[in-house]
Structure formats: structure tokens, C-alpha cells
Design a protein around this ligand. Structure first.
Ligand SMILES: NC(=O)C1=CN([C@@H]2O[C@H](COP(=O)(O)OP(=O)(O)OC[C@H]3O[C@@H](n4cnc5c(N)ncnc54)[C@H](OP(=O)(O)O)[C@@H]3O)[C@@H](O)[C@H]2O)C=CC1
Ligand SMILES: O=C(O)C1=N[C@H](C(=O)O)C[C@H](O)C1
Length: 268
């Protein structure tokens, strides 16, 4: 049995994870964590799910750290996620953390790497099986098409409420593409004059926002006379939530270190 505290419990992902975790006989939800600034609409996770579950909703992780094995972090705040990680890393019991929050800057990522020397951390901008397979397929395609005259464009679309752009998944796709192709120049959108047309040594990223789109990602490799498009479309947040729950089970009792969903899903 893995005892989890879910951070961002009142959010879209927090509620989805709580619903699926409650149905999982190997998981016990011991607490929900919300922002100290949020309107305190629920006292327990049971009230959110409309079930008999007395797990308290708190705004201070230190109040529930002793009863928690793993924190599942899906707040929309990178500062909140980092402050939770700092607390866990400093705790003598070395609990694990699964981080789904996106939008970390380079300095924050450096700190996550440093703190994960003390506790096991799964950090993944996308916890679905499909997207993690997409990462592999994109790596293969980029390897095969490197220096063969294919322009690379990345397009993502998400719901109108999303706070960060481009998505964490698109950032990871770009990291893979940069590594495999050696291209360093990344542009975000286009506007203006291009007298010499599209430079071959760039990767372009387009972040679309609108409506209730759960999350779409496409990588285009466009050559002269043909085009390959690798696309993943999420139809439900359950795919991310299931991944987060699997990661929480996987990370319990793992040695300290920084892991990703490729480790959890054995896709490496
Ligand atoms: N890795 C993955 O597979 C996926 C990652 N994500 C990422 O997860 C994050 C959350 O997404 P989503 O659920 O749609 O966002 P929501 O905005 O719906 O939910 C986030 C919740 O976090 C809360 N929050 C803010 N500050 C704190 C804090 N200090 N402690 C605890 N909770 C806090 C927010 O409260 P308030 O509203 O009051 O600010 C809100 O209730 C985003 O970064 C998103 O990109 C999303 C889907 C899949
Ligand atoms: O905010 C979201 O909704 C999502 N965020 C993640 C990201 O930024 O990549 C994953 C998913 O696409 C949904």
C-alpha cells in the first residue's frame, strides 16, 4: 500500500488523480494539499469525491509529511512544487515525490536535480504512455532524418486555462530534437519578413490555446516532396493521472535519484 498526498488537489489534475487513486486498492490517499490563497471549499478529499474518506486538505505539507509515503505534485506553481521538494529532501524519512507540474526554468531544474540526490523524484512533463512512446518515436525519426533536408516544426494545443507556454511536453520534444539533430536555434512562432525563406538550422514551436483541448502535440518533419507528422492527442486527463499513480507506486522505496516516466514505464 502506498500512502499518497496529492498537491493541487482542487485542480483539474488533482481531482482526476484523486478519483482514480481512490479506486486503486494499492493506494491510500492520506491528504490533499492546496494553495494557502485558495477559497477553502472542502475540508477533506472525501468531500471532493463525494465518498467516505477522511483525508484532510491542508495548505502546509509539513502537517501531513509523517503520514505520507509519496507526494504527487500537480500544483500549477513551480515555486510551490519546489518548496514541497525542499521539505521532502530535508525530512529524515526520505519520502518520494512525483512531479507533474510543468514550466520550471533552468535554475529551478538545477535545484530539482540537486535535491533529488537526497530523495527519489520522478519528474515528467507528461505521464501518459502514448506521449512517452512519442518521445521515443521522435528521437528515432530525428536520428534517421538528421542532415537529410527535413525542416522540423513542433505544434501543441491546450485548453484556454493553461498557465505555461509552450507546454512542458513540447519543451521536452524540443530537447530531444536538439540533442538528436545538433540544431540549437529554436524560434517560438513566426511573424515578419523571411527574404531567404526558412533557415534549415532552426526548430520552430507553436503553442495554440483554446476551449477545452486536453493536450495535442505534433512534430512535423517536412522535406521536399513529403512530410512526416508524429501526433499524440489526449482525449482524457485519466491517461496522465494513471501514469502519476503508477509512478507513485514505482518510486516508493527506490534509491534517491532523478527519474522520468521512461524509467517508470521501462521504455529506456
Ligand atoms: N505531467 C503531466 O502528465 C501533466 C502535467 N500537467 C501540469 O500539471 C499542472 C496542473 O495542471 P491543472 O490541474 O490543469 O491545473 P489547475 O490550475 O486546474 O490546478 C492546479 C491547482 O494547484 C493549486 N495550487 C496553487 N498553488 C498551490 C500550492 N502552493 N500548493 C498546492 N496547490 C497549489 C491551484 O490553486 P489555485 O487555483 O488557487 O491557484 C490549483 O487548484 C500544470 O503545471 C500542468 O501543466 C497537467 C496535465 C498532465
Ligand atoms: O496543462 C495541461 O493541461 C497539460 N500539461 C502538460 C504539459 O505542459 O505538457 C501535459 C499535458 O499536455 C496537459
Amino acid at each position: 500500500m502506498v500512502k499518497v498526498a496529492i498537491s493541487g488537489i482542487l485542480g483539474r489534475m488533482g481531482k482526476t488523480i484523486a478519483k482514480l487513486a481512490y479506486e486503486d486498492s494499492n493506494i491510500e490517499i492520506v491528504a490533499g494539499i492546496e494553495s494557502p490563497d485558495c477559497a477553502h471549499t472542502h475540508d477533506t478529499v472525501g468531500e471532493i469525491l463525494n465518498v467516505d474518506l477522511d483525508a484532510p486538505i491542508v495548505s502546509d505539507l509539513s502537517k501531513v509529511i509523517d503520514i505520507t509515503d509519496v507526494v504527487i505534485e500537480f500544483s500549477n506553481s513551480t515555486e510551490a512544487a519546489l518548496s514541497h521538494l525542499r521539505l521532502l529532501a530535508a525530512d529524515k524519512n526520505k519520502k518520494g515525490m512525483v512531479i507533474g507540474t510543468t514550466g520550471f526554468n533552468d535554475e529551478e531544474l538545477k535545484e530539482i536535480k540537486e535535491l533529488s540526490k537526497d530523495i527519489p523524484v520522478v519528474l515528467a512533463p507528461n505521464m501518459s504512455i502514448g506521449v512517452n512512446l512519442l518521445f521515443k518515436l521522435v528521437e528515432e525519426a530525428a536520428k534517421a532524418l538528421k542532415d537529410k533536408g527535413y525542416d522540423i516544426e513542433v505544434i501543441e494545443m491546450h485548453h484556454r486555462f493553461k498557465k505555461d507556454a509552450p507546454s512542458g511536453t513540447a519543451v521536452k520534444l524540443v530537447d530531444i530534437l536538439k540533442k538528436e539533430t545538433g540544431i540549437e536555434n529554436v524560434v517560438y512562432g513566426r511573424n515578419g519578413e523571411y527574404p531567404n525563406g526558412r533557415p534549415s538550422d532552426e526548430i520552430a514551436v507553436f503553442a495554440l490555446r483554446g476551449g477545452d483541448v486536453v493536450g495535442d502535440h505534433t512534430v512535423i518533419f517536412a522535406g521536399l516532396g513529403e512530410r512526416i507528422e508524429l501526433t499524440h492527442k489526449a482525449g482524457s486527463r485519466d491517461i496522465f493521472a494513471r501514469g502519476a499513480i503508477e509512478a507513485a507506486k514505482w518510486i516508493k522505496d527506490k534509491p534517491a535519484g532523478l527519474y522520468d516516466m521512461m524509467d517508470v514505464l521501462n521504455l529506456k
